[in-house]
Ligand binder design. Structure first.
Ligand code: PLP
Length: 434
């Protein structure tokens, strides 16, 4: 469910006509729905009712400070992965005390920054990292709260680039070596063992791998509770969203029409399967969903530059490109593409939807059946709220897109389009070339 829908013939986000946003702020522009994020948050909370659960929103999915503030206001902490992300949380006016710090290569400076801001815990991915965190904590005269990320070796059945819980991934410590890692951790004077963590991958569309992973790790979590008095188990993130029928899935009717055995994963089914496995542990449960919280809460608006008709192939050339939204080029992912103005007289068009960048990979969709749109018309890439702007770059000296947040009938720019001056601000010609 989300809040993007046609009202009359015009695509709206909540009560805001998206064409008005494009007119005011230009394109390409990301637009996010605050109500959709709030619904996602509340549904997850309700799905896990009965547990002492805390969402640590995986902010790498979308780290605009307005969105961080929105989640902090709702009661979320953050799953963060860099010193830059710590500083974003602070810039959002939120605090780091209910956030966890993940990642395989935290630097000493990042560890120190996290400790000074009283991070809830470090999620440790290797034994050398234990030594490093202990060292930094010692220098600061504090005890560093830690949990070790265990790798349960389950196949998440998702794209290879976003699978993280198999034994051949770089992430975590294999379950069979994890007890030894905790023993090592217990010997460090400046570490406090607080929990255990896992995260098996992203864009999971079935609850089965989550169940398998929790079943594998829960007995170990119980042992750790008995031995070290751990207080929490973080089961990671990874809940998938709907990309194919993105627009339709905003409506309850679409969900009602799905056959029971083919229903996409929801926070309700996720909770129903996991709560019974987790509750007996008597531990606080941390969740680190990123994509699920924001993915269907955002769209990328773009304008058609040209419709180029070729021999047996049409190209819809738009003003958004792989630098703005890299997921199709990087993960071969699908984004539904719809016109902002629906018109039943539009003819059908099959086209490759491409950006202006000089790369064959700058392609959003191949041979996509669309409603015909022509030069100057506006389109939306659906389900672009997660790993969209966050993974954008300036390739081809294209400034970062604008971002807008909608709430009800209000909307506000939450990130101005980047200017050319901002792009080259750090660059200079050295004296020896002058
Ligand atoms: C990326 C990541 C997440 C979030 O993944 P989503 O698929 O966006 O929910 C959670 N935990 C860790 C450790 C991650 O690296």
């Amino acid at each position: 469910m989300h809040h993007f829908h046609y009202s009359g013939s015009d695509l709206h986000c909540e009560s805001v006509d998206l064409a008005a946003v494009a007119k005011l702020y230009g394109t390409p522009t990301y637009v996010y729905s605050a109500a959709t994020m709030e619904d996602n948050f509340r549904r997850l909370q309700r799905g896990l009712a009965g547990l002492d659960a805390q969402l640590c929103y995986a902010m790498k999915a979308n780290s605009n400070i307005a969105i961080l503030r929105h989640f902090a206001n709702l009661g979320a902490g953050f799953d963060l992965v860099s010193g830059g992300e710590i500083r974003r949380v602070l810039a959002a006016g939120a605090d780091v005390k209910s956030s966890v710090f993940a990642g395989v290569g935290k630097t000493e400076d990042e560890i120190a920054l996290a400790l000074k801001n009283e991070i809830f815990a470090f999620h440790v991915e290797s034994e050398p990292e234990l030594a490093r965190i202990n060292h930094v904590a010692g220098k600061l005269g504090v005890k560093a709260p830690i949990a070790i990320r265990v790798n349960p070796d389950v196949d998440a059945h998702t794209h290879a680039k976003i699978t993280t819980g198999k034994s051949d991934n770089k992430f975590g410590i294999p379950l069979k070596h994890a007890a030894a890692a905790y023993e090592a951790a217990a010997k460090y004077p400046n570490l406090a063992i607080k929990g255990v963590q896992m995260h098996i991958g992203s864009q999971l569309t079935s609850v089965t791998p989550f169940v398998e992973a929790v079943e594998k790790v829960a007995p170990f979590a119980a042992e750790l509770k008995a031995k070290y008095g751990i207080t929490y188990f973080s089961i990671g993130g990874g809940m998938g969203i709907i990309y194919k029928d993105s627009l339709a899935s905003g409506q309850q009717a679409w969900w009602d029409a799905q056959p029971a055995d083919k229903r996409p994963l929801t926070p309700e089914t996720y909770g129903a399967a996991l709560v019974p496995l987790l509750k007996p542990l008597g531990l606080k449960i941390l969740l680190e969903h990123g994509r699920f919280m924001v993915g269907n809460s955002g769209v990328l608006l773009s304008r058609v530059e040209h419709l180029k008709r070729g021999a047996g192939k049409n190209f819809l050339i738009v003003d958004a490109a792989m630098n703005d939204l890299v997921r199709p080029a990087m993960y071969e992912s699908y984004h539904e593409i719809v016109p902002l103005r629906r018109d039943s007289s539009r003819r059908a068009l099959t086209a490759d939807v491409v950006g202006p960048i000089c790369e064959s990979g700058d392609c959003f969709a191949k041979d996509r059946p669309l409603q015909e749109v022509g030069e100057g018309e506006l389109i939306a890439f659906m389900s672009a709220g997660a790993y969209g702007y966050a993974m954008a770059s300036r390739y081809n000296t294209r400034g970062m897109a604008a971002e807008v947040l909608v709430k009800g009938s209000s909307f506000e720019l939450i990130n101005a389009r980047e200017s050319f001056e901002q792009i080259i601000a750090g660059e200079k010609v050295p004296a020896f070339l002058k």
